[in-house]
Ligand binder design. Structure first.
Ligand code: CO
Length: 209
């Protein structure tokens, strides 16, 4: 008996459906990938990158982790950014957070969750940077929503501060870093308007001349 047979059946149907629209779709994809977008999103099953923006395989390079965090020393995420920027030469990096993020909620709690608490400390840092604004929100839901948004804003900055992104800008490579947020309860994506496209837009202390 095939394990998880449904997955293989679904896959066959999906591939056939795509080939109906474009018989050469997969053979063309096999020769190369040239996505223009890098998506850094949450691992949450309700926020699948390609699906929510209705894009096909080959269009978005994707990195996901809990609460869409870009940590200065995370070799996994940094390697993805390096490959996307230096080899694929993506034109856009999108940090996409979402409301009702379990990672954000857990980070605002004082209970112990195990190993993940060490990861969530990066979110607690975001809270610490913006404590006054978050605490001023009228209720718990508004506090969580605002932390979800500010976490995206901070991760956009972290992407911009990487040597890879700064070097791309220095060499004149067009590259925009965007911060978006998705609402699971209505399926709608919102732009947080923090798009950054040049080294002049980042704080002086972070610039590597
Ligand atoms: Co999440």
């Amino acid at each position: 008996m095939q394990v998880l047979k449904k997955f293989f059946d679904n896959n066959k149907n999906w591939a056939a459906e795509i080939k109906k629209g474009d018989p050469d779709f997969f053979t063309k994809l096999a020769s190369q990938q040239s996505p223009e977008y890098l998506w850094i999103g949450c691992a949450d099953s309700r926020v699948p990158a390609n699906e929510i923006v209705n894009m096909l395989p080959g269009e978005i390079f994707v990195h996901r982790n809990i609460a869409n965090v870009v940590v200065h020393t995370d070799l996994n995420c940094l390697s993805v950014i390096q490959y996307a920027v230096e080899v694929l030469k993506v034109k856009h990096i999108i940090v996409c957070g979402h409301y009702d993020c379990g990672g954000i909620t857990a980070a605002l709690e004082n209970s112990e969750h195990g190993l993940i608490d060490n990861w969530l400390r990066h979110i607690k840092d975001v809270y610490r940077f913006h404590q006054e604004e978050i605490d001023a929100q009228p209720n718990e839901k508004a506090r969580l929503d605002r932390l979800c948004e500010l976490n995206v804003v901070e991760q956009v900055a972290n992407v911009c501060h990487t040597t890879m992104v700064q070097n791309a800008w220095k060499s004149g490579q067009p590259l925009a870093v965007h911060g978006w947020i998705y609402r699971v309860s209505d399926g709608i994506l919102r732009d947080l308007n923090v798009c950054t496209t040049s080294i002049e837009e980042i704080s002086r202390i972070q610039r590597i001349a």
